[in-house]
Ligand binder design. Structure first.
Ligand SMILES: Cc1cc2nc3c(=O)[nH]c(=O)nc-3n(C[C@H](O)[C@H](O)[C@H](O)COP(=O)(O)OP(=O)(O)OC[C@H]3O[C@@H](n4cnc5c(N)ncnc54)[C@H](O)[C@@H]3O)c2cc1C
Length: 395
C-alpha cells in the first residue's frame, strides 16, 4: 500500500517530534529546514507537568533529557550598584527539567534522520492544494506533491502565511523585543553534570539587561512598538539594540562594550499566535509556535511536543481521513494550548514603570508567587492524553 506522504516545514522541536511519531506510524516523512544544517545551541527550554513527561517517556527520550539537563539558572535582580533586590528562581523559569533547545533538537533529529528525508537549506515558496494533495514549490528543490503539509516553522511561519494569510492577522505584538547573545544556556556544558547557574539582571523602566553564567552570555528585553528593521540583517538588529539601551546605567555600558565580541546574536519581537478558526485548513496543519506560540511564555516546547504527539496519533487512528484527524487535533490542542494563556513575559521581566518594577520585586518574594507556581503546575497537568500507540495497535 502507498504510504501517506507528509511534508513538515521546520526542523527545531515541533518538526522532528512530529516526524518521529509519523514515521513510527508508517507515514513517509520529508522535513524541510531553512537553515543549512540542524541549528545548534539556542536558549534553554523546559518541560513541566505530567502530560509533557508522559509524551517524552512514550518517545523514549525522558532519560536522555534528564542526562543532558542544564541544572537551571536563578536570575538575581540587582540595582545599579549591584545590590540584590529580588530573585527569580530557576525552578520557575526552568520547569521540571530544563535542556538547551539545540540539545533537544539533536536528540529528536538523531531518532528520525535514518527514516525521514531531511532537506536542509531550503524552504517552501508556494503551496497549491488540489483535490488529492498539495503541490509544493521550494526555493531550491524541484516541485513535489505531498498528501499533507504541516507548518512547524515557528512564530514567523511561512506555511501559515501561505495558507492562512499575513502574519499580522495571527501574531499579536506584545509591545516588547528581546535579544540573546553569547553562550547558549548561560554557558552550560552539555558534557558536564547539571549545575545550578546564577545570572545578574538589571532593570530600568521598560528595559532589562541580564548577564550571567560561567561563560559570556547576555539577554536583553525592552518595550517598543513595532520596529522597522531587517530581520535577516544582524548589523541592523545590533543598531536597534544599541538605540534601545542608549543612556541606560548600571552594568549596561560595560555589557554593550562586551556585546561586540558575543556571537549567536538574536533579536526578535515578543509575539503571541492566535489562530481564530483552528490550526488547520484543507490538507495543511500547524504545530508548535506557528500555531500556538507565545515567545518566552514558558510552555512553547511542551506544547510543541504534545501537539506533535496528538496530531500524529490522530492521523494514524483516522485511517486516511485527515479532515477528521485535524478536527480532533484542533479540539484537543485548543484546550491544552490554553496553558500558554495570555502571559506576557515582557511585562513581567521589564515592567514599564519604576512602580511596576517595585511591585514585581515584592511579588517575587511573596506567597502569591508560590501560589502562581502551583497554579501553572496544575494547568500543565490539566489534560487527558490518549494512548495512541495502544489504540493504533488495537485498531
Ligand atoms: C529567548 C527564548 C526563550 C524561550 N524560553 C522558553 C522556555 O523557557 N520554556 C519553553 O518551553 N519555551 C521557551 N521558548 C520557546 C521555545 O523555544 C519554542 O516554543 C519551541 O522551541 C517550539 O518550537 P517550534 O519547533 O515550534 O519552533 P522554533 O523552535 O521556532 O523552530 C522553527 C524552525 O523552523 C525553521 N524555519 C523557519 N522558517 C522556515 C522556512 N520558511 N522554511 C523552513 N524552515 C523554516 C527555523 O529555522 C526553525 O528551525 C523560548 C523561546 C525563545 C526565543
Amino acid at each position: 500500500m502507498r504510504k501517506t506522504t507528509v511534508l513538515i516545514s521546520g526542523a527545531s522541536i515541533a518538526g522532528p517530534a512530529l516526524a518521529y511519531w509519523l514515521q513510527h506510524y508508517g507515514f513517509a516523512v520529508t522535513v524541510v529546514e531553512r537553515a543549512p544544517e540542524l541549528r545548534p545551541g539556542g536558549q534553554a527550554i523546559d518541560f513541566k507537568g505530567a502530560t509533557q513527561r508522559t509524551v517524552l517517556e512514550r518517545m523514549g527520550i525522558w532519560d536522555e533529557i534528564q542526562r543532558r539537563q542544564t541544572g537551571k539558572t536563578d536570575m538575581v535582580i540587582t540595582d545599579a550598584q549591584g545590590r540584590e533586590l529580588a530573585e527569580i528562581s530557576g525552578d520557575f523559569t526552568g520547569g521540571d527539567v530544563e535542556i538547551l533547545r539545540g540539545d533537544l533538537a539533536a536528540i529528536l533529529y538523531e531518532r528520525t534522520a535514518a527514516d525521514c528525508e531531511y532537506l536542509f537549506g531550503d524552504s517552501v515558496t508556494a503551496l497549491r492544494e488540489t483535490g488529492t494533495g498539495v503541490e509544493v514549490e521550494f526555493e531550491n528543490a524541484p516541485a513535489r506533491t505531498f498528501d499533507l503539509v504541516v507548518g512547524c516553522d515557528g512564530i514567523h511561519s511561512r506555511v501559515r502565511a501561505l495558507t492562512f494569510g499575513p502574519e499580522a492577522d495571527y501574531v499579536k505584538h506584545m509591545g516588547y523585543y528581546y535579544c540573546t547573545a553569547g553562550a547558549a544556556g548561560w554557558g552550560h556544558d552539555p558534557e558536564a553534570p547539571a549545575q545550578r547557574n546564577r545570572s545578574a539582571a538589571y532593570n530600568e523602566p521598560g528595559r532589562l539587561a541580564v548577564r550571567g553564567g560561567n561563560k559570556a552570555a547576555h539577554l536583553y528585553m525592552f518595550a517598543a512598538d513595532r520596529l522597522e528593521y531587517d530581520r535577516r540583517d544582524e548589523a541592523s538588529q545590533r543598531r536597534v539594540l544599541a538605540q534601545a539601551f542608549a543612556g541606560a546605567g548600571g552594568p549596561v555600558p560595560a555589557m554593550m562594550s562586551e556585546l561586540g565580541d558575543l556571537d549567536s546574536f538574536y533579536l526578535d519581537s515578543l509575539g503571541m499566535v492566535r489562530m481564530k478558526g483552528g490550526y488547520s485548513r484543507g490538507r495543511v496543519a500547524l504545530v508548535g509556535d506557528s500555531a500556538y506560540g507565545n515567545t518566552m511564555g514558558g510552555f512553547g516546547t511542551g506544547l510543541a511536543v504534545v501537539g506533535a504527539y496528538v496530531l500524529a496519533g490522530e492521523l494514524a487512528l483516522a485511517g486516511g481521513d485527515h479532515a477528521a484527524a485535524f478536527a480532533r487535533y484542533d479540539e484537543m490542542m485548543k484546550r491544552y494550548a490554553k496553558i500558554a494563556g495570555q502571559s506576557n513575559a515582557g511585562r513581567f521581566l521589564a515592567p514599564r514603570t519604576a512602580r511596576g518594577m517595585r511591585m514585581r520585586n515584592w511579588f517575587l518574594g511573596s506567597w502569591l508567587f508560590d501560589l502562581m507556581l502551583k497554579y501553572s503546575d496544575n494547568a500543565a497537568n490539566d489534560v487527558d492524553l490518549k494512548d495512541y500507540q495502544a489504540l493504533v495497535a488495537a485498531a
